[in-house]
Design a protein around this ligand. Structure first.
Ligand SMILES: N[C@@H](CCC(=O)N[C@@H](CS)C(=O)NCC(=O)O)C(=O)O
Length: 229
């Protein structure tokens, strides 16, 4: 199917949408980006194509609709020519998926609650964030990127640690990573965010900071709701 039929429903500042965009760019697939204004409302297009989760990103490839960023990355990798995003070795691929699920299922909540909650609750989640970061850093093992010499699946999945983390630290005034902590992760973050392809679709830092600063209360509410889950 022609890549010219690719559209991506995203939203400014969404690390999940960034995952899909980077995957398209690494493959050299031209696409049209349709930006949602999630803080205001959701478009009929988004609700039509992702009625189950009602979230971005959504990839539209001709008549096909693909939802969920992890699924989208794998779809892009398989549907289009270009450099492989997933590791080619089955065990490496399984491990990359394991850590991607770890990021989304085990790291997201502590991360949110360590910056957007308060007191003892916040302290507990901060400890958890550091434990999780140590586990992720160990996967780098002196490598340039998680899969070796070039950007691959896990680097893309962990994009929020590379670019969003320091912005959110600044917006909230909560320091998650001290300047002398996790040196390998910080070195990797620099490499990821300075990659020419990544840079083409990384949200501007100042705009991202303004976005999180403007929506602090909204994120506190989301964090509060998370605590009750
Ligand atoms: N598991 C989803 C998460 C996507 C997600 O949370 N997207 C946010 C934007 S960053 C969203 O659409 N939020 C709208 C909402 O929660 O209603 C994925 O990996 O694609």
């Amino acid at each position: 199917m022609s890549p010219s039929t690719v559209k991506l429903i995203g939203a400014f500042g969404s690390p999940f949408a960034h995952r899909a965009e980077v995957a398209l760019r690494l493959k050299g697939v031209p696409y049209e980006l349709l930006l949602e204004e999630l803080m205001i409302s959701k478009s009929d297009l988004l609700l039509k194509h992702n009625p189950i989760h009602k979230k971005v990103p959504v990839l539209l490839h001709g008549a096909r609709t693909i939802c969920e960023s992890l699924v989208i990355i794998e779809y892009i990798d398989e549907a289009f020519d270009g450099p492989a995003i997933m590791p080619t070795d089955p065990y490496e691929r399984a491990m990359a998926r394991f850590w991607a699920h770890f990021m989304d299922n085990k790291c997201a909540k502590p991360f949110m609650l360590s910056v957007w909650s308060e007191g003892e609750v916040q302290k507990g989640f901060l400890k958890e964030v550091k434990e999780n970061l140590a586990l992720l850093q160990a996967q780098l093992e002196g490598k340039r990127f998680f899969a070796g010499e070039s950007i691959g699946y896990l680097d893309i999945v962990l994009c929020s640690l590379a670019h969003w983390l320091t912005v959110i630290e600044e917006a909230t005034g909560v320091k998650l990573v001290a300047d002398d902590e996790f040196p390998d992760l910080r070195r990797w973050a620099k490499e990821y965010t300075s990659n020419e392809i990544v840079k083409q679709c990384l949200p501007d830092r100042d705009q991202l900071l303004a976005f999180y600063t403007a929506h602090l209360e909204r994120y506190k509410m989301i964090a509060k709701a998370m605590l009750q889950q």
